[in-house]
Design a protein around this ligand. Structure first.
Ligand code: UP5
Ligand code: MG
Length: 196
């Protein structure tokens, strides 16, 4: 990155909490670029040869986390290719390995603004993901077996990362149980404040 350090917001929350849905709306109003780590990994799974593709698919199906070097490189490439300087990084960092790797590869070259946390009970997350799976999402992890594993990983590995950022007051929490529109109103309050 040649000029100023790019600005980054980490977007976290349980599987199906609504991260992607809300990020799409933020993009329309606040000039951020949305980078979903999961979407980048799914694209890489399709694009790359069998070895890497299989590794990624194995992690996605099992709800486990892909080694950070892979994810971080995809994020860095996407950031550079965008030519932009404000990013919503959705679904990352998900564990301590992700956090350490991010710090090593990019940490001191970006300005992490805050963590946007979509707080949603896992029963609600489950319902949303099963509904999405039933309506043909094509996602290999929208099934009860994978979801159970995704929830375990979220509770054991990702939630502690959110708690870590909360200690330094870097977390903006949103009640993600309400309807899409109501949730977005909360989101807007935060971004309006940041923008001024
Ligand atoms: N929906 C959304 N908002 C709603 C609302 N307010 N009310 C009612 N319904 C709502 O939404 C999910 C569904 O709910 C949709 O059908 C939506 O219409 C509806 P979405 O916006 O997609 O939620 P999101 O939080 O983005 O859910 P997603 O399933 O994408 O979350 P995950 O965090 O589980 O998935 P992700 O793609 O980030 O990761 C998948 C896997 O990739 C991981 O399990 C892991 O194996 C791997 N991965 C890594 O290894 N490393 C990474 O860094 C990232 C991912
Ligand atoms: Mg998503």
């Amino acid at each position: 990155f040649v000029d100023m350090a790019p600005k980054v917001v980490f977007v976290l929350g349980g599987p199906g909490a609504g991260k992607g849905t809300q990020c799409q709306r933020i993009v329309q109003n606040y000039g951020y670029v949305h980078l979903s780590a999961g979407d980048l990994l799914r694209a890489e799974r399709q694009r790359s040869g069998s070895k890497l593709g299989e590794l990624i698919e194995g992690h996605i199906r099992n709800g486990t986390i892909v080694p950070v070097e892979i994810t971080c490189s995809l994020l860095e490439t996407a950031m550079k290719e965008s030519g932009k300087e404000k990013f919503l990084i959705d679904g990352f960092p998900r564990n301590q390995d992700n956090l350490d790797g991010w710090r090593r590869q990019l940490g001191d070259r970006v300005d992490m603004q805050f963590v946007l946390f979509f707080d949603c009970p896992l029963e609600v997350c489950l319902e949303r993901c099963l509904k999405r799976g039933a309506s043909g999402s094509g996602r290999s992890d929208d099934n009860p077996e994978s979801l159970k594993k995704r929830f375990n990983t979220y509770l054991n590995e990702t939630k502690p990362i959110i708690d870590f950022y909360a200690k330094s007051d870097h977390v903006r929490r949103i009640d993600a149980t309400k309807g899409e529109e109501e949730v977005y109103q909360e989101v807007q309050k935060i971004f309006d404040e940041v923008a001024t």
